[in-house]
Design a protein around this ligand. Structure first.
Ligand code: PLP
Length: 455
């Protein structure tokens, strides 16, 4: 990792290394390398402390959807700070952007998902969903309905509950998780399906597995199923055709709520404001979202629930209970103003149309890398893509973790002015939605050179 040569940035690098506990970081290597200091940005590029520009192939962390350095966004945020920078929304106060954004999200969300609870990110949106679901079933008198089912390799966040729902096994090492409430079924990864099984048969198995798990736990004990439309951090897994609709049918059959975690997929990444309804044609009971909601300009997450759930949790409760859940920064007006402006910009620039057009080109160009000897799979949809590197393309044998192939490819890319994210033996791509054909050509050519340099 590059220590800056510029003296003032060297001081920042040192302060960071000595005092800042970074999230999701291997402290042992961090102490040797420190961080790459990012000091500036513009549209699809970020700039390091020495002035080097990089095309950001990962949109920060799947989130900078409208691109960096948007002046209109900066102005909207500043204007809200000048008007009223904060007010608590507990009880009977609100602010203009909190109310307006909730109405806008209700308009954009599929079906009857018309009620919005705000938090400060995706993990909290999922934690909130669990608390709402438990409260909902308690109020219906179904007090045993508490268990949550999610999938191996699903990622749902980093708070205690969200991490328990997460099914990426590596993320659990060294921690305890809430095992009494959360159960994982297997991942619907078509690339790694058993040999001899068609994708359709594989889908049948995965849907059946959910039903079997509900029956094993007892439908009266199962509250909800959590799933991302496309798994992100688990390796950009696009489930087989029909998987979501069919798992939703299973949920409906047993009175289990379906939570669609759209923290990555909402707000344009798949060419729609929400992927559940428009890309996968199903309406869940709850959608959680964050990231692209403000394009990462400010922290904000939302839990969007159906009329049916709202009806129950908003009734006067026999036991006097009210939904005692919320945060100082729930509905923060400046974050909500950023969310409103973000959606306005996306709509005006027709960014979803752009992603639908350019996404096909991106997918096709990335697939040209399949001729390289270690590229086993190029998968994903539109601006949410992944390259899986393997030791043997025929057997799909994994490359040994010690080889750190994803990291080495990412390092080569960085030396050539491109940031991609290593994810074990894979590299993921989730660029700003403003990416053009020229950017894509640079990105793919740089990846090719970098993979060749790594082999
Ligand atoms: N859900 C999904 C699908 C995510 O990808 C993430 C983060 O990457 C989260 C939840 C957690 O969001 P946050 O990091 O904002 O808490």
């Amino acid at each position: 990792m590059s220590k800056p040569t510029n003296p003032s940035m060297q001081q920042v690098w040192q302060q960071d290394r000595d005092h800042y506990i970074h999230p999701w970081t291997d402290f042992s290597t961090f102490k040797e390398t420190g961080s790459m200091v990012l000091a500036d940005s513009d549209n699809v590029h970020v700039v390091d402390g020495d002035g080097n520009r990089y095309l950001d192939g990962i949109g920060g962390l799947w989130c900078v959807n409208i691109g960096y350095g948007n002046e209109e966004m900066a102005e909207a945020i500043a204007e809200q700070v000048r008007k009223i920078p904060y007010y608590s929304c507990f009880g009977h106060h609100t602010t203009v952007p909190a109310a307006q954004l909730a109405a806008k999200l209700a308009e954009l969300a599929p079906g009857n998902l018309n009620h919005v609870f705000y938090g400060c990110g995706g993990s909290v949106a999922n934690d909130t969903a669990v608390r709402m679901i438990h409260f909902y079933f308690n109020q219906l008198g179904k007090k045993s309905k508490k268990q949550i089912i999610s999938r191996i390799d699903g990622y749902h966040g980093s708070t205690y509950m969200a991490m328990s729902i997460t099914g990426v096994k590596f993320d659990h090492i060294g921690f305890d998780i809430e095992e009494k409430l959360v159960h994982h079924i297997s991942c619907p990864n078509p690339y790694r399906r058993p040999a001899g099984l068609s994708v359709e048969e594989f889908c049948d198995q995965k849907v059946q597995e959910l039903e079997d798990k509900i029956l094993e736990l007892g439908p009266d004990n199962v509250a909800a199923f959590f799933a991302e439309p496309i798994m992100g951090a688990g390796g950009v897994i696009v489930p087989p055709e029909g998987y979501h609709k069919r798992t939703l049918d299973v949920c409906r059959k047993y009175g289990v709520l379906y939570v669609s975690d759209e923290v990555v997929t909402a707000f344009g990444r798949l060419g729609h404001m929400f992927a559940s309804g428009d890309e996968f044609d199903f309406v869940p009971d709850i959608i959680t979202c964050a990231k692209g909601l403000t394009s990462g300009y400010l922290p904000l997450g939302a839990t969007i629930i159906s009329d049916d759930i709202y009806e129950v949790i908003s009734q006067p409760q026999a036991d006097g209970a009210i939904f005692t859940h919320g945060f100082t920064y729930s509905g923060h007006p400046v974050s909500c103003a950023a969310g409103l402006k973000n959606i306005e910009i996306m709509e005006r620039l027709r960014l979803c149309d752009h992603v639908r057009d350019m996404g096909a080109y991106f997918e096709n160009q990335l697939k040209t890398l399949l001729d390289l000897p270690i590229v086993g799979d190029v998968r994903g949809r539109k601006f949410m893509m992944c390259i899986e590197n393997v030791a043997n393309k025929e057997t799909k044998e994994l490359i040994a973790p010690e080889a750190k192939v994803g990291n080495r490819i990412a390092d080569h890319c960085q030396q050539r002015g491109l940031i991609v994210r290593p994810l074990a033996h894979m590299n993921v791509l989730s660029p700003p939605l403003t990416l053009t054909k020229e950017h894509i050509d640079f990105l793919v050519a740089t990846l090719r050179e970098s993979i060749e340099a790594t082999i």
